[in-house]
Design a protein around this ligand. Sequence first.
Ligand code: SF4
Length: 211
Amino acid sequence: MKIYPSELHEYAYCPRYYFFHVHLGRRLTLREKLRMLLGRLFHWAKGVPDRLKGRHVEEAIEVEVGSGIVLRGRPDSFEVGPESVLVIERKSGRGPRRGVWISDSTQASAYAFMLARLLDARDVKIRVEYASKARSASLDEEKVYRLLKIIDEIILVREYGIVPYAKRSPRRCARCPFREICELLDKEKGDLEIYEPGSWLADTDIDLSFT
Ligand code: SF4
């Protein structure tokens, strides 16, 4: 089973959204397609100076994280030093006022974790670059714990169809293409007490370890 850091990003954003995306799929709207193309342009433009600096740009990497479970992805950019790695994750959005979005932190931590394992690096730094600011942190135990917990839950959601937690927020839900079915699901479920994977992410929107 292959898991991509972009899936971890989506799960941290809203576990229920990830569930719908995996099990229902959907066509992108014109606006989303445009944003995707602009995102590609943005990454391409930023990759040029990185290449000139000798950094690795969008190179495919993968590591096994459990029996038969492989984490695979392409970090935007990374730089390897003696026993150290710097991972750069770029986002075309503005980012939060402090820290970084937990979804961005999780995705970047996945690349950092993979490179730490592949290169046996002890000092692993992560930099998340938004359109107008950059925030940095080290790969620490908390980030690795969160990452592995999300991988476990993604397996439950993908393989067993378990419905995870709906991480509601007015901003997130207002632009969610699955809003109707998500609300209907919770209405039908009523007060039924069931464990929903991802509920521990309820109050986690920002990773303040990035400064
Ligand atoms: S409506 Fe909100 S809670 Fe439901 S899937 Fe969409 S973003 Fe998540």
